[in-house]
Design a protein around this ligand. Structure first.
Ligand code: G3P
Length: 217
């Protein structure tokens, strides 16, 4: 399972990279705005900085909502660095743009996926990644993890290579449930990733080992 961090915060990206378990980064316009990164030039420079910090794929979202605009923006984003994955919204022109980019060998991430039908379209358009937002479904009393299971079944039925990127992951149990279901990738906050580390018996056991070592030395 690949681990992506879902943030534009450089300190958190660095910390996750140094932790040694990071496979990539996802961002979106809201995450950029949260870090105070505004304006096309600053956003482009921020993507370049993120690519310098991490080794893996970095999703960069287009702002255009028409096919020509998405192609123009996506091509200039992809030209920044081979790590860039062009992130496209799950609308008709986004699907068309996804097919355009996948035919050219440019990596794509279809975002704002909330149904298995949308996931099927993303796979048919050759998306590299497809991002169902599980937390936002949970927010409206709809089973986000259930959607991941449904998509896993459909993709396995036909051997689609599009990777299920579980997004809008909010906490550690989301990560564990996605791993059990077989999501290919999860993207979430650093706090959810670090939550995997915690177990009181690890801390108690280590303290005991150190205490016993000291007795004999
Ligand atoms: O990866 C998608 C994500 O950025 C949305 O997360 O927590 O705003 O639903 P959230």
């Amino acid at each position: 399972m690949k681990f992506f961090i879902d943030t534009a915060n450089l300190d958190q990206i660095k910390e996750a990279q140094e932790f040694g378990i990071l496979d990539g980064v996802t961002t979106n316009p809201s995450l950029m705005a949260k870090e105070g990164i505004t304006g096309a030039e600053n956003i482009i420079n921020h993507y370049k900085t993120i690519c310098d910090i991490v080794d893996g794929d970095v999703s960069a979202e287009v702002i255009a909502t028409d096919f020509d605009g998405m192609v123009r923006e996506g091509e200039s984003l992809a030209a920044l660095n081979p790590q860039i994955v062009v992130k496209l919204p799950m609308i008709a022109d986004g699907v068309k743009a996804c097919k355009y980019f996948s035919d050219k060998g440019i990596k794509t991430n279809m975002t704002l996926v909330f149904s298995a039908g949308q996931a099927l379209l993303a796979a048919k358009a050759g998306a590299t990644y497809m991002s169902p937002f599980i937390g936002r479904l949970d927010d409206i009393s709809t089973d986000g993890l259930g959607l991941i299971s449904e998509i896993r079944l459909i993709y396995d039925n036909y051997g689609y290579e599009t990777q299920i990127l579980a997004a809008s992951v909010r906490h550690t149990m989301h990560i564990m449930d996605c791993a059990k279901i077989g999501a290919d990738v999860m993207t979430g906050p650093l706090s959810a990733i670090k939550g995997l580390l915690k177990h009181p018996l690890t801390d108690i056991g280590l303290a005991q080992f150190l205490a016993d070592y000291k007795k004999g030395n």
